[in-house]
Design a protein around this ligand. Sequence first.
Ligand SMILES: Nc1ncnc2c1ncn2[C@@H]1O[C@H](COP(=O)(O)OP(=O)(O)OP(=O)(O)O)[C@@H](O)[C@H]1O
Ligand SMILES: [Mg+2]
Length: 352
Amino acid sequence: MISLNELTKTYGRGADSVTVLDRLNFEVGAGEIFAVTGPSGAGKSTLAQCINLLERPTSGSVVVNGEDLSSLPEKRLRAARRRIGTVFQSASLLSRRTASENIALPLEYLGVTPGEIRARVGELIDRVGLGPKAHSYPFQLSGGQAQRVGIARALALRPAILLADEATSGLDPDTTSSVVELLKQLRTDLDLTVVFITHEMDTVRQIADSVARLERGRIVETGALVDLLTDHGSPLGRALQPRLRFAAADDDAATWYVTYDSADVPGDWIQRVSVDLAVPVHLLGASVETVHGINTGSATLGIAAASDDAVRAVLAKYGLSGTPDASRETGVGGAPVSPVRSGAVPALEGAA
Ligand SMILES: Nc1ncnc2c1ncn2[C@@H]1O[C@H](COP(=O)(O)OP(=O)(O)OP(=O)(O)O)[C@@H](O)[C@H]1O
Ligand SMILES: [Mg+2]
């Protein structure tokens, strides 16, 4: 369990001071994965450093399992830091040490006996699925394998909290998914509290229970992932939707951008909407996936119906929200912009 109370970090003094984190409050329970997203420079890494206490907060507190780490004297702080394992974008392995020897490092620093180290490292190597690579050197490992070594090393001292700062950001999508699956398994097996920092929304959808968006040092929005994904009015929810590519609607049809707003959208909703409106509904693009057991996503439709209100009402009946004329949509995230109507390329990127 981790709880931030009015956490503030200011660098410098007087007129030159900059407040990088401004009174942050949130709580992450044991076994929960909390994702923090936000643009470059928002303060995400500074937040990570304040949580693992490599940086002292200027004010406010970081409480881990009931203990306020921010007020501990230096000596006890060192012990407290062991309860927090950190994984960075680059695994930063020592090149002259094998995977096993890298994982052993924190145990060696702590003076654990060689026999105990061997047993613990063997267990960790298996946990991260790297048995066959135990004696490989970093240059013989792929990026995903190196990251697994980094995760095993972060877990060596049995932390209660795992902090990941862009831990999957340098990896390809398949490797990212496998590292995400590993982290989810570890949080279940070890009841870890995970703070997962990333700018990749696809990864957030795969891994998070809850999400916060950090902008200029402030949390501008936070909530459970499923709630955000099904809240049409939420900018973070929209940013979390996958970027849609979509085809052009027929000339006599309007383009509608539709999002799942409820956990109970029927599977045959497109057909039902078409029957209710008594007009054809063309599917121009869609991305639907199951997140925490419910279907979420969005679709772009071509609908030749008379009134926008009628379309909205029918969509609402099935737990959907619609925005007409997506071509003029310039909203955050997944909302598509300016469809191309001509030429051989029927699809285009969503909003940047
Ligand atoms: N030691 C420092 N002294 C002064 N300013 C700092 C210091 N460390 C970070 N900052 C500033 O704090 C702000 C947030 O930086 P931070 O690295 O936390 O951002 P970030 O969200 O992790 O960005 P990115 O996505 O690029 O990794 C930046 O404006 C940065 O210049
Ligand atoms: Mg960063």
